[in-house]
Design a protein around this ligand. Structure first.
Ligand SMILES: NC(=O)c1ccc[n+]([C@@H]2O[C@H](COP(=O)([O-])OP(=O)(O)OC[C@H]3O[C@@H](n4cnc5c(N)ncnc54)[C@H](OP(=O)(O)O)[C@@H]3O)[C@@H](O)[C@H]2O)c1
Length: 376
């Protein structure tokens, strides 16, 4: 028997029927909990700067239609399947979008966004978790729910809380992604990491996470203005240097080297940056034995300086999103006060019907900490 609190029969959801036509708000049956899942009332759902290009087909992300759109979110548990042993109705949770098959975890996809790259991942999205968070209720695998310490995170400062609003907590999702990559390469406190590009939503979050991990950061970006904006908003600006990407590969490398030995390079460029000079500038600025985490969304191959990489014992790691443990441990950083989410600047909060305004806002305001939210 599932445990639940008053689930309505029907709910509103933002449904995409094809990438050739805009989505629309429809009334559909409220999902019911099953073994291994929970139903969560969606309170604040994130957007991504390139949300429009996902759903209009420009990004060429494969996914089944019709699709209830959406991305990661903060919500309150409404019902749980019979196998839930800890999470219960009423709990505040963050729900992330990386869904993995239980019998083959490499069959993975991003709920609401992309069906992944295997037959198994496509099947799992198509047949089981096709409907996501731009809806009043969302059915998610139990393991995608992370219980939040509501008292500590949202309690008043005078009561020992951190005083975050739910909207500020939503920016945690952008931080999970770079935490996955920075942990993967074993970034240590006291080390220096170059982050490029550092001026977008995920790149800026990478700077915040690296600082929380105790590292020193060299942030790169094409826009001096955006680099200055980042530095003005980041906690611990004394541990952040900025180097503009000028297009002169060797000159930029020389600038990076001014800051001493660099232990790691974290890359999170968008598809358009696949031929950017920053990739080579960053690699050849690294010390012997350094590590690289490539998390960029490049669709084309990127050129790498093979001889330098080989002779310098450089290790290159790819990372798609994060592991489960990374999410739990990221919240330990938040709860301890080391990772500051008050950097979140909510640029707008929109009902489902105003999805277009939300996605436009997300595309136009994608600098460090900025976040447009959908409140179904
Ligand atoms: N591996 C993963 O799991 C994972 C997860 C999430 C996202 N991603 C990828 O990460 C990418 C970046 O995410 P984001 O949220 O930071 O994107 P964003 O907010 O759209 O920012 C894009 C960043 O790239 C810079 N940029 C754009 N065009 C460039 C070019 N031609 N050369 C150099 N820099 C350029 C922008 O800086 P200026 O325009 O100011 O110069 C900005 O810093 C996404 O496109 C996505 O594909 C990967």
């Amino acid at each position: 028997m599932a445990t639940s609190i008053d689930l309505p029969e029907k709910m509103k959801a933002l449904v995409l029927r094809s990438t050739h036509e805009p989505p629309s708000v429809e009334t559909i049956p409220t999902p019911q909990p099953t073994v291994g899942s929970a139903i969560v009332r969606v309170l604040v759902a994130n957007t991504i700067s390139y949300m429009r290009d996902i759903y209009n087909g420009k990004r060429r992300y494969p996914f089944p239609t019709p699709l209830v759109t959406g991305t990661s979110f903060i919500g309150r548990v409404a019902a749980v399947g019979p196998d839930a042993t800890k999470i219960k109705p009423g709990d505040l949770v963050v729900v992330d979008i990386m869904i993995r098959s239980r019998d083959e975890p490499t069959d993975a996809f991003l709920a609401g966004v992309i069906q992944g790259f295997t037959e198994g991942s496509a099947k799992l999205m198509r047949d089981v978790y096709r409907d996501w968070s731009y809806a009043e209720y969302c059915r998610a695998p139990l393991e995608n729910l992370t219980l939040l310490n509501e008292r500590r995170l949202t309690g008043a400062k005078q009561d020992g809380g951190l005083g975050y609003s739910l909207s500020q907590l939503a920016v945690s999702s952008a931080h999970m992604v770079p935490y996955g990559g920075l942990r993967d390469i074993g970034l240590q406190a006291g080390q220096t990491v170059v982050i490029a590009p550092a001026t977008g939503a995920f790149g800026g979050a990478a700077v915040n996470v690296a600082l929380a991990m105790g590292a020193r950061v060299i942030a790169m970006g094409r826009s001096k203005d955006s680099l200055a904006f980042l530095k003005s908003k980041i906690p611990h600006p004394e541990r952040v240097e900025t180097v503009p990407i000028t297009g002169d590969m060797m000159a930029d490398c020389k600038e990076l080297k001014k800051y001493g030995p660099i232990d790691a390079y974290f890359d999170i460029g968008p598809p358009e940056a696949h031929a950017s000079t920053h990739i080579k500038s960053c690699i050849i600025a690294l010390r012997h034995g350094a590590r690289i985490s490539i998390m960029g969304g490049y669709r084309e191959d990127i050129a790498i300086p093979h001889s330098f990489i080989m002779h310098s014992n450089i290790r290159i790691y790819g990372k798609w999103m994060y592991e489960r443990q990374d999410i739990y441990d990221l919240f330990k950083l938040v709860e301890s006060g080391l990772l500051d989410l008050s950097v979140a600047e909510v640029t707008g909060e929109y009902p489902l019907e105003e999805w277009k305004a939300a996605w436009d806002d997300a595309a136009e305001n994608a600098r460090f900490g900025q976040i447009a939210l959908i409140k179904p």
